[in-house]
Design a protein around this ligand. Sequence first.
Ligand SMILES: C[S@@+](CC[C@H](N)C(=O)[O-])C[C@H]1O[C@@H](n2cnc3c(N)ncnc32)[C@H](O)[C@@H]1O
Length: 338
Amino acid sequence: MSPGVKAAAKDAEKVRLELIRLGAFDSGLKIKRTKNYVILPVKKEKVGELGKKFALIEAKFETQEVRKKFTDYLHEFLLSEEIQHARTSFDVIGDIAVIEIPEELERREQKIAESLLLAHQNIKTVFKKGSEEKSEERLRELKFLAGENKTETLHNEHGCRFKLDVAKVYFSPRLSYERQRILEQVKDGEAIADLFAGAGPFSILLAKYRDVKVYAIDANPAAVEYLRENIKLNKVESRVIPLLGDAREAAPRNVATRVIMNLPKSAAQFLDLAFDVIERGVIHFYTISPEEDLYDSKIKFIESVAEQKGRAIEILNKRIVRPYSPRNYHVVIDVVVK
Ligand SMILES: C[S@@+](CC[C@H](N)C(=O)[O-])C[C@H]1O[C@@H](n2cnc3c(N)ncnc32)[C@H](O)[C@@H]1O
């Protein structure tokens, strides 16, 4: 038996927070709940000071299972000089984790990957991330480390489902907020050209929540195959038109109210095309910029292309999407084309 505070179920959260504030809540034990009241476990040494304020009783509590964190596992086998090199951030796409392993820890990579599986039950497979997204498809080399050796998965984002093969199709869960940000700008009735659509994370999200027509283009056949499957999976067949091919050939001209250009390392080469595709509206121009010049040179470039194309523009927003590499950022500039 251990001490606990009895409270009405409706006050449970308020009392729990107050006990935490007083340093009295015993997080090693589970709260007992009935329909009308709860008993919150408290530390024995705090009983004296709680007595005046709370209804104290003795109860039998179950112990709280404490799941070890990824970093707890790492501390068990990495030396202190190794710990400083360990990256504890990783991408999770569906049930596949992709982690960066620095050179200094390569000999420990297997154990690091197994620790990730132990700490996160939703992860079934761990890959190591290669150095650069080199190919046109922007794919990173992946090395299998632990778990089930498979590359296809189903990823959920903002209520949409995306089936994809992480070895064949680019997908970054780190763009989730950016996709939500674009969705908030889109209105019913728009025509959208997603020039580098991949398996469809922008296109499908926009089509699922807005009554829009989306031209979703990608040059990677594997990406378009998954895009087609994801269109069906998310029931947006009437709103998304998948197009396989180089955006320069496949993109429709003079139709769009919005153009999405998420090919950050080479979008500049396609900006003239975006002006041809847009009728009037917004171009979301993604690029990679050094920290000392995040936007100025890029905006000058956008202005020069607009001038060549005889189009009036205005810069609507600019923001960092995510860090890209040391001292470089993936940024977006939203450009209104009038
Ligand atoms: C950075 S990924 C973005 C994919 C997707 N928009 C996303 O956010 O996950 C860029 C995509 O552009 C495609 N791509 C590269 N060059 C292309 C081109 N010239 N025309 C059409 N697609 C291209 C690649 O196959 C890749 O799927």
